[in-house]
Write a protein that binds this ligand. Structure first.
Ligand code: ADP
Ligand code: ADP
Length: 237
């Protein structure tokens, strides 16, 4: 059973460039991507800045409509069945927005659990499990404004998991965090994968992909350049 299947996904951005002589340009951000991610797999999309990682993720999580091609997540079409898809996925991106700094981590999670419609009877246990998973147990009553970058990122991950998604999209989770925090983040992601959640992770760090991912797709210029386990990729490099 496949958690994610993408066939010949493409996305072109039409934009303008130049100030004195503005002209229209088309950027082929993603140029024919095929992906098969198995259920329970921790799959890495590895590539440099501008490779098309975020664009690919946004087409899979229904935030961006593909220019052509198709994709299914948990068996549902990302264009015609967005509600079915959204109910089953979580999305955490590298930026740090959307947490309430003046509230504690616990109150943030309570708020979002309510917002996401997590049944009241399940909230307490779910939040407790997630705090444990992301290593914030014991710190949950502190205000988020005092949190380090890495702690905040782990709280974002907890938030993205409140509704028990089958698939979590993690876009550059370790960007801007220090090495110790990045290690804690990797532990969190590994722990998450151990619970059976399918994870699609993007990163531009080979070492991170190698350590965490069951399989890795290398993307550059909007195309998949290679795909396999870290070992397979090394032997073909
Ligand atoms: P990555 O996540 O690997 O850094 P992106 O998917 O963000 O790559 O970007 C792929 C290419 O598409 C880049 O050239 C980027 O500048 C361009 N791009 C991304 N988003 C937009 C947009 N909204 N409008 C125009 N170009 C974009
Ligand atoms: P990331 O760090 O994930 O690659 P970026 O910082 O490149 O994201 O992009 C931030 C936002 O700006 C995204 O919504 C992206 O789609 C958009 N964007 C990226 N590149 C361009 C571009 N060349 N023109 C317009 N928008 C862009």
């Amino acid at each position: 059973a496949l958690a994610i299947e993408a066939r010949d996904l493409r996305r072109t951005y039409r934009t303008r460039t130049g100030w004195l002589n503005p002209r229209r340009v088309e950027i082929d951000a993603v140029r024919g991507v095929d992906l098969d991610v198995r259920r329970g797999e921790l799959f890495g999309l590895l590539g440099p800045n501008g490779a098309g990682k975020t664009t690919t993720i946004k087409m899979l999580n229904t935030l961006l409509i593909p220019s052509s091609g198709s994709a299914r997540v948990c068996g549902f079409d990302v264009v015609s069945q967005t509600r079915e898809v959204r109910r089953r996925i979580g999305y955490v991106f590298g930026g740090d927005r959307g947490l309430y700094d003046r509230l504690s981590a616990l109150d943030n999670l309570r708020y979002f659990a309510e917002l996401y419609g997590v049944p009241a009877a399940r909230q307490k246990r779910r939040i407790g499990e997630l705090l444990e998973l992301v290593g914030l147990t014991g710190r949950e009553r502190e205000r988020v404004e005092g949190y380090s970058r890495g702690m905040r990122q782990r709280l974002h991950i907890a938030r993205g998991l409140l509704h028990e998604p089958e698939v979590l999209f993690l876009d550059e989770p370790s960007i801007g965090v220090d090495p110790v925090a990045a290690r804690e983040l990797r532990n969190t992601v590994a722990g998450l994968a151990a619970t059976g959640t399918t994870v699609l992770l993007t990163t531009h760090y080979m070492a991170e992909a190698e350590e965490l991912c069951d399989r890795i797709a290398v993307i550059a210029g909007g195309e998949i350049q290679a795909l396999g386990t870290a070992d397979e990729l090394k032997h073909h490099a």
